[in-house]
Write a protein that binds this ligand. Sequence first.
Ligand code: ZN
Length: 92
Amino acid sequence: MTGIPQKPVTDPREKHTLIINRSDSKCGNCNRGAATDQQMHDRELGYGVVGIGKPCGVEFKYVSTSYYGLEERVKSMRPDLEFIDLYGVVRG
Ligand SMILES: [Zn+2]
């Protein structure tokens, strides 16, 4: 799939990160879908694998994206969370 860098993620903050992409958003801890307005992962969003197990309940402290060019949009969606460049997609 284009637009998704293959850089491996080793940042320990990942498990508290809400990852917002173009057409989906997910939890950095359990990798299940997560609504973009969640403070903690207590609901699973209907993308990808749904209905198997439960969302992990982790508290979101950071927000990130794995797409180039989405940084500003993601920041504006969640100004309450600290943006981190988990996937190395922010240029400059
Ligand atoms: Zn989760």
